[in-house]
Design a protein around this ligand. Structure first.
Ligand SMILES: Nc1ncnc2c1ncn2[C@@H]1O[C@H](COP(=O)(O)OP(=O)(O)OP(=O)(O)O)[C@@H](O)[C@H]1O
Ligand SMILES: [Mg+2]
Length: 293
């Protein structure tokens, strides 16, 4: 969900004891391999057992963190899994410290699919950008809007966003965003269709999406606008036309600008809400921000 720098990098990630304890409870004896830290103190680790089978991913989010609740993500994964490739839910829950989601590793011929954010895909950015565009189009074509129980239109997002603001700021934010553009095509949107949330096989072909906690029916441009910007931010400029062509749509400046501005407004509220001080999450997020800056 975040567009800030996170995760995979050369600096070792400390796994808080709350995550080790949870991992032990869910998969006794498994090795805990840190994979990704989001900027709200959420941490994803891979759990590997001795025999090498049953690899899984555990996402833990501290209580009160302003990012999608793993339990809400579990509901969306369970619904979406019959239509599109997403991780299989193994467990989800909540306790006083936070919420978690355990999923089976997405594998292709015995190999774990890799996130398009991994360094090897930067060297093949054009191919990866195309795979990301193809993957997003498949997602939008596959999921049925009429039976989707989740809604995330511009109107619902603006209402949720402005509810977090004081009166004066509410008025300025609403005025700055303006009226949402007319819907081009309603689809089930991923909600965070970024480079890190797209998984590729060893040849760079699209395999699956992860991180669907914000999935819901909306105009397709609410995803496309975020996907193209993520490709520019993660791989560099010049690739957006490839994503759009692979998706099969002409550029739409007005909708792109609107949905990026809406995303940024939501992000600034989340950043202000900050990282809850649970299990060392706040200290870890601060260290990460310092490293990234
Ligand atoms: N089941 C899975 N199979 C393979 N890889 C996975 C799986 N679940 C998570 N991952 C990897 O872990 C990373 C982090 O997971 P996820 O995107 O759900 O975390 P997040 O904290 O919500 O991310 P964000 O910073 O985008 O909010 C993914 O980008 C992906 O590389
Ligand atoms: Mg993610």
């Amino acid at each position: 969900m975040s567009n800030a720098l996170v995760g995979i990098g050369p600096t070792p990630v400390e796994v808080p004891s709350v995550v080790h304890d949870l991992a032990d409870r869910l998969r006794s004896g498994a090795t805990v391999v840190p994979v990704w830290r989001n900027e709200y103190g959420g941490l994803t680790v891979r759990l590997e057992t001795e025999c090498g089978s049953q690899r899984s991913y555990l996402k833990w989010v501290p209580d009160g963190a302003p990012c999608p609740d793993p339990l809400a993500e579990a509901d969306r994964l369970l619904w979406a899994a019959s239509f599109t490739p997403v991780p299989r839910v193994l467990d989800a829950g909540r306790d006083a410290q936070g919420s978690w989601l355990l999923t089976a590793a997405v594998e292709v011929r015995g190999e774990i699919a890799s996130s398009a954010i991994e360094p090897r895909w930067h060297d093949r950015a054009e191919r990866s950008a195309i795979a990301i565009g193809i993957g997003l189009r498949r997602f939008h074509d596959a999921l049925p809007t009429d039976t989707c129980p989740f809604v995330r239109t511009a109107e619902t997002r603006v209402a949720a966003l402005t509810a977090e603001l004081g009166t004066a700021e509410r008025a300025t934010t609403a005025a700055a965003l303006g009226t949402p553009p007319p819907v081009d095509r309603p689809v089930v949107c991923h909600g965070d269709a970024t480079v890190p949330n797209t998984l590729l096989d060893r040849d760079g072909r699209f395999v699956a999406h992860v991180d669907v906690g914000d999935l819901g029916v909306a105009d397709r441009w609410s995803d496309i606008a975020v996907t193209t910007r993520s490709v520019t931010r993660r791989y560099g400029p010049g690739l957006e036309p490839l994503v759009l062509t692979a998706y099969g749509v002409a550029p739409d400046r007005e909708r792109t600008a609107y949905y990026r501005a809406l995303w940024d407004a939501e992000e600034s509220v989340r950043v202000r809400q900050g990282v809850p001080d649970v299990g060392g999450a706040r200290a870890a997020a601060l260290r990460q921000r310092r490293r990234a800056s």
